[in-house]
Ligand binder design. Structure first.
Ligand code: BG6
Length: 496
């Protein structure tokens, strides 16, 4: 059977992530039989909840999945609660007793998965106490899942990593980047390595530029306190965007295993040029949203959001150009952008191919650019909310002359398929239970991503006077984000 045996201990069991993502994902795994008789969950948090209260919380968080009464009851029976102040070593004894007891009751073979879904300043403390209070035992497996943010710059990340690594082996650490659990992010590798028509063209000889957009229409909502300290660069670029760039840029692994992929991703990240501060100023653009309108809705400015400093200089938008100094990518810009309060929610990748060497149809077509070449082919990967691919080819208009026009081959998953698409967290939890680290980030990847991002942050911090806000809510960011490409003779393919 596919059943995974383990005790899952969730730190931060009363939190938003646990309720919105983890409990529903565990229930989906239960329904599919990956979790069955041999699993138990311990929820911990500071507050004194009874077992019943905890089970009710879990029950209400899976309502949207419409469990039958019987499914619901048999599922929530596996949930246990233990109040815990993670900084108090003596409180871990109760956790240990409960863990030992559940291991016997459910025949869990000593397998334990610890999920840290709480503020990162506690990660090191928790890992340390799991070790010193003998909760990590020699039997079975002991894996740690940690949520972002993993540090706030290279040095804090390194320190955190040392604390965790003194207790857990790298192979047992599963650093979550939930974008890696998305179906279409995983499809990047399928498209590249499963199609010779793309893989053979996937280099500087045939590709003009690559564009990665992670647009959000939401503002900071309730997270002003966290976000104002973080900003878009650390919130989205250091993790999600650089992971996507690594998957797009890496060499083909010899076989598709976690070790091989990590190795290739690390090489790709290490090939991204580390800018000087001056180059970072030139190649990265930051923005912050002002008030604005989207349809009938009116939005306030970032500085007016709850828990945000009214004179905040935190960026809610980043656009930038990355260069990858290796044989495959020499001279091909990777343009990235992300922001809050943009025109719509959408994650898309565009691979823009070079035009043909000569435009033989130039009599019938106005020159496209000074080189008088033809239209470019574009491969688009739609990651969310729609999932699919499109490819633009150039055909001729019907009728007389050879006027070219782009024709779009378009494939989107049907809504049926989408309903069955496993949620990112569901996949990642199952992978961690199985010990498959393919879609998690290795320390070396995190470290290199911080090195890249730290330089940009420093470049910005050295120029604290910014003209914020600089883009209206409901637009695709400041003008400078468009000029960034125009300077190179390109433009954003996606301009909603
Ligand atoms: C998170 C960021 O990592 O990703 C959020 O902290 C952001 O600010 C979110 O909204 C976006 O994720 P998704 O899956 O909704 O695209």
């Amino acid at each position: 059977t596919n059943e995974q045996r383990a005790l899952l201990t969730i730190f931060g069991a009363s939190g938003d992530l646990a309720k919105r993502k983890l409990y529903p994902s565990l229930f989906r795994l239960y329904r599919k039989g990956y979790l069955n008789e041999h699993f138990a969950v311990i929820g911990t948090a500071r507050r004194e909840w009874t077992q019943e209260t905890f089970q009710e919380i879990v029950a209400s968080s899976i309502q949207a999945l419409h469990p039958t009464e019987q499914e619901l009851q048999s599922f929530i029976r596996h949930f246990y609660y233990q109040a815990l102040n993670v900084s108090e070593p003596e409180q871990y004894a109760a956790l240990k007793t409960l863990a030992t007891q559940l291991d016997e009751t459910y025949h869990l073979a000593g397998n334990q998965l610890f999920y840290l879904a709480m503020a990162p300043q506690f990660f090191g403390t928790i890992a340390g106490h799991l070790h010193s209070e003998n909760i990590v035992t020699p039997n079975g497996f002991h894996r740690l899942i940690i949520e972002k943010p993993f540090g706030s710059d290279y040095h804090s990340a390194e320190q955190l990593n040392e604390e965790i690594r003194s207790v857990f082996d790298e192979d047992d650490i599963f650093r979550i980047d939930h974008y890696l659990g998305k179906e279409m992010v995983q499809n990047i590798s399928a498209v590249r390595f499963g199609n010779n028509i793309f893989e053979s063209l996937w280099n500087h000889k045939y590709i003009d530029n690559v564009q990665v957009t992670l647009a959000e229409s939401l503002g900071v909502e309730e997270r002003g306190g966290y976000y104002d300290q973080s900003g878009a660069l650390k919130d989205m670029v250091q993790n999600h965007i650089l992971q996507i760039v690594a998957l797009l840029a890496m060499e083909a692994p010899t076989v598709f295993t976690d070790k091989n992929i990590r190795y290739e991703k690390i090489k790709a990240l290490e090939s991204i040029r580390l800018y000087t501060e001056q180059e970072a100023q030139k190649n990265f653009v930051r923005g912050q949203y002002a008030e604005g309108k989207l349809g009938a809705k009116e939005f306030s400015s970032y500085q007016d959001e709850p828990n945000v400093n009214p004179r905040s200089t935190t960026e809610t938008f980043v656009a930038g150009k990355l260069l990858i100094d290796n044989f495959r990518w020499k001279g091909v810009p990777f343009y990235i952008r992300t922001g809050k309060r943009l025109t719509e929610k959408g994650t898309r990748i565009h691979i823009v191919f070079k035009p043909t060497p000569i435009n033989v149809f130039r009599e019938a077509n106005a020159p496209i650019d000074e080189n008088d070449t033809g239209l470019r082919n574009v491969l688009t990967i739609y990651i969310q909310p729609t999932e699919g691919f499109s490819l633009t080819l150039n055909g001729k208009t019907i009728g007389g002359d050879y006027q070219l026009r782009p024709i779009k081959l378009d494939y989107r998953h049907s809504s049926d398929t989408l309903d069955n698409t496993p949620e990112a967290y569901e996949k990642l939890l199952l992978d961690a239970l199985k010990g498959d680290a393919t879609n998690f980030t290795h320390w070396d990847e995190v470290a290199q991503s911080w090195r890249i991002v730290d330089i940009i942050r420093q470049a910005w911090d050295s120029q604290p006077e910014v003209d914020f806000p600089n883009y209206a809510s409901g637009t695709m960011g400041p003008d400078a984000a468009f000029e960034l490409l125009e300077r190179d003779g390109f433009q954003w393919v996606w301009q909603p």
